[in-house]
Ligand binder design. Structure first.
Ligand code: PHE
Ligand code: FE
Length: 289
């Protein structure tokens, strides 16, 4: 995510002025490639029938099933032909304006490091598995590709309107943790879910979380958790509808309205919600008691 607090204010030594670095693909060890392969094999088995058609198609057309950590240059050449996006490496978190500038110009910033073998299930910082396996397949979808570029421009605008808190929640509940209602049933398109072994089951199958149809203002008012599974998932009817809704709405007056309203706590159901699952919240409760 972009809106994090511990970022530097100028590029670290070795980084370019736009904060990118070389992926340094040749420096990955055999063990690091093997970690990718282990994570890949686990998820690839789980995701047919769970991940959205767009994500599954992206994985296929980008040939992400080849062994080892993908080379960003090769991957970008394939991706650019489809939707104009490229993948660039950055040294961890970058400032919001840098993040949005890359995004608005169809450059997806990715970490180049991979988690250690003892961190297969959980890690707070986005590594190359989350960033590439989780995010990049959706970027092969032309409509989603347009959504994320529009989001980058929206981010630049939100910075000037002091509204990043609201826009960041939209990212969280769509790009990172979104669900989509496909004709065959609910599917995952959020990168934080597809890259997680446990959450890719929890998000669809567990009775604990709420599953609610996405409403822009509602989502932008809703808090989220970064330390555990989500207590709310928001569902889009289609990627076309997500793009239409976000591009056709002028967020400036919406932000002004939201600034007058209270935030919504993570598990709360609101009067206007179109609820698909009213969650038991059993999982979250089991963690606190
Ligand atoms: N329509 C938004 C605005 O007026 C921009 C945006 C588009 C934001 C798509 C997110 C996604 O700021
Ligand atoms: Fe992410």
């Amino acid at each position: 995510m972009a809106n994090d607090t511990h970022v530097l204010d100028s590029p670290p030594p070795g980084a370019r002025p736009d904060w990118t670095i070389s992926q340094n693909w040749g420096a990955y060890t055999a063990e690091e490639h093997a970690t990718w392969d282990t994570l890949f094999a686990r998820q690839a088995k789980l995701l047919p029938g769970r991940a959205s058609n767009a994500w599954l198609k992206g994985l296929d057309v980008l040939r992400l099933d080849r062994p080892g950590i993908p080379d960003f240059e090769q991957l970008s050449d394939r991706l650019e032909k489809l939707t104009g996006w490229r993948v660039v490496a950055v040294p961890g978190l970058v400032p919001d304006d840098v993040f949005f500038d890359h995004m608005a110009n169809r450059r997806f910033v990715a970490g180049n490091f991979i988690r250690r073998p003892d961190q297969l299930d959980y890690l707070q910082e986005p590594d190359v598995f989350h960033d590439v396996f989780g995010h990049v397949p959706m970027l092969a979808d032309p409509v989603f590709a347009d959504y994320l570029a529009a989001y980058g421009r929206g981010g630049q605008r939100a910075l000037g309107l002091d509204a990043l808190k609201y826009l960041g929640r939209l990212y969280w509940y769509t790009v990172e943790f979104g669900l989509i209602a496909e004709p065959e049933g609910l599917r995952i398109y959020g990168s934080g879910i597809v890259s997680s072994y446990a959450e890719s089951r929890f998000a669809l199958d567990d009775p604990s979380p709420n599953r609610i149809m996405l409403d822009l203002a509602r989502v932008m008012r809703t808090e989220y958790r970064i330390d555990d599974f989500q207590q709310n998932y928001f569902v889009i009817p289609s990627v076309d509808e997500l793009l239409r809704l976000t591009v056709e709405t002028d967020f400036a007056p919406l932000y002004e309205q939201l600034k007058q309203q209270p935030d919504i706590p993570v598990a709360q159901i609101e009067p206007g919600d179109e609820v698909l699952t009213h969650g038991t919240q059993e999982y979250a409760r089991s963690k606190t008691s």
